[in-house]
Design a protein around this ligand. Structure first.
Ligand code: FMN
Length: 138
């Protein structure tokens, strides 16, 4: 059975070299996700991260533990979690499309929607992540 985890968090990265620091995160994530057979997507708005990962429950638990204790971000708010029937990011170990102020509004809205209405808000965010992963780099 597949599991998924999606959250929005607040970056603690210094604005001077944010892009480089995120490249470091992605460089570690792609091989690790691949070896765990985890797929997913990461968005960065300049202030917040939004991430969606999917894989076996064991793999998601393992990654979730690492990501939660990572001091490069804080205030990690889960917006979707649990068993899930099919993958949304089949070919992506971790799609990352670069920092995007363009998606910032969508991420903020999804966060508010999700906090207010539960699972409905997440769909907009997942859709955004899918669109970005098409144009993004693996
Ligand atoms: C916003 C954010 C997203 C991350 N996403 C992943 C990821 O998808 N896969 C991954 O292996 N590490 C990811 N990391 C890095 C992990 O938190 C962790 O540093 C790394 O996996 C090494 O794990 P360890 O600290 O347990 O040794 C992410 C970190 C941040 C701050």
């Amino acid at each position: 059975m597949l599991a998924r985890w999606s959250y929005i968090s607040t970056s603690r990265l210094d604005s001077i070299d944010t892009e480089e620091r995120i490249r470091d995160i992605v460089a570690v994530s792609i091989p690790r996700n691949r070896s765990l057979q985890v797929t997913g997507s990461l968005l960065f708005t300049g202030r917040r991260f939004a991430q969606y990962i999917e894989g076996t429950s064991a793999a998601i638990e393992e990654l979730k533990a690492s990501i939660l204790r990572d001091s490069r971000h804080e205030d990690v708010r889960t917006i979707a979690w649990g068993e899930y029937a099919h993958r949304r990011f089949v070919t992506w170990s971790l799609a990352y499309a670069g920092p995007s102020h363009f998606v910032s509004d969508i991420v903020e809205r999804a966060l508010n929607d999700t906090l207010e209405r539960g699972d409905e808000g997440i769909e907009t965010l997942i859709q955004t992540m899918s669109e970005f992963s098409i144009h993004g780099r693996s």
